[in-house]
Design a protein around this ligand. Structure first.
Ligand code: HPA
Length: 277
């Protein structure tokens, strides 16, 4: 099954047929929302609202591990993440979609692994992930291709067909938040090679990959990053842009799910080969 994690402004999937809503408990705590199973054609997807109903989890307190573990429990092996970002690259305009291809982690204080060696939490299951956790293994996953190439190419195809303005690659810098960045921070992040900035892309992607899931991130540029447009940033601007894009995001998700091949041909499922010490 495919999981969709919705960010700011995307708290539920409007117009989708709801099959059921599940309260999932995990060894890593409660996820940020119920998992809503919705029908898309003859397929189902599992939706989680990253910030929870009523936007109650700020970026630094989102229970990222519980969210990913809840999706795993439901059999999700591919995650499509939708997020709002600030645009740093001057060719990225508000309203543009960006299919992320790399990451710069600038967060400070987040649990960003399931694999804590002898301190790992015992979990149920018989697959490789469960075995590594039960055996208390130390695991270093490769991060040279975090974002699934198969999902990314399908995103290009769908964005193209829907005639949406998009950028096929972009480096995502993840800051700790919850405050927006300073202009000096944005200038520094730009020099470090990032195109967009957000507060939630990390550790979500890495946690999904640790569970051998495919992960793709499609971002919407909600505002020019601090100091670029020369006016102050507000959450209102971010949320209202995301509301404007809601229908387009819905169409993108539907087309994406319909066209996603059953089989994973990307190799993302082999990430744990050779990763344990
Ligand atoms: N900075 C960080 N996160 C964001 C921004 C931003 O400018 N816009 C939307 N999410």
């Amino acid at each position: 099954m495919i999981g969709v994690i919705g960010g700011s402004g995307l708290y539920k999937l409007e117009g989708f047929e709801i099959v059921k809503k599940l309260k999932v408990r995990t060894p890593f705590g409660e996820p940020s929302s119920e998992v809503v199973i919705v029908k898309v054609g003859d397929r189902e997807l599992a939706f989680i609202s990253r910030h929870g109903e009523g936007h109650v989890y700020p970026p630094h307190l989102v229970p990222y591990r519980a969210n990913l573990w809840a999706l795993r429990e439901l059999g999700v092996n591919r995650v499509l993440a939708v997020s709002a970002v600030g645009g740093i690259n001057r060719t990225f305009k508000p309203g543009d979609f960006v299919v992320i291809d790399d990451l710069l982690d600038l967060t400070k204080n987040r649990k960003d692994t399931f694999y804590e060696g002898k301190f790992s939490l015992p979990v149920d299951g018989n697959d490789k992930v469960a075995k590594l956790l039960k055996e208390g293994k130390v695991v270093h996953i490769d991060a040279s291709q975090l974002y699934c190439p198969q999902m990314r190419s399908l995103l290009f195809e769908v964005l193209e067909d829907l005639k949406l303005s998009y950028h096929p690659s972009g480096v995502y810098a993840c800051t700790e938040g919850p405050r927006f960045e300073t202009p000096a921070e944005i200038r520094a992040i730009e020099r470090l090679g990032s195109d967009v900035v957000g507060m939630t892309g990390y550790p979500e992607v890495v946690l999904a990959r640790e569970l051998t899931m495919c992960y793709a991130s499609v971002c919407v540029v909600a505002n020019p990053a601090a100091g670029i447009a020369g006016y102050r940033l507000t959450s209102d601007e971010v949320i209202s842009l995301m509301k404007e894009k809601e229908q387009e995001i819905g169409k993108l998700i539907v087309e994406f799910i319909k066209r996603l091949p059953e089989n994973r041909t990307c190799g993302c499922d082999r990430i744990l080969d050779g990763a344990e010490v």
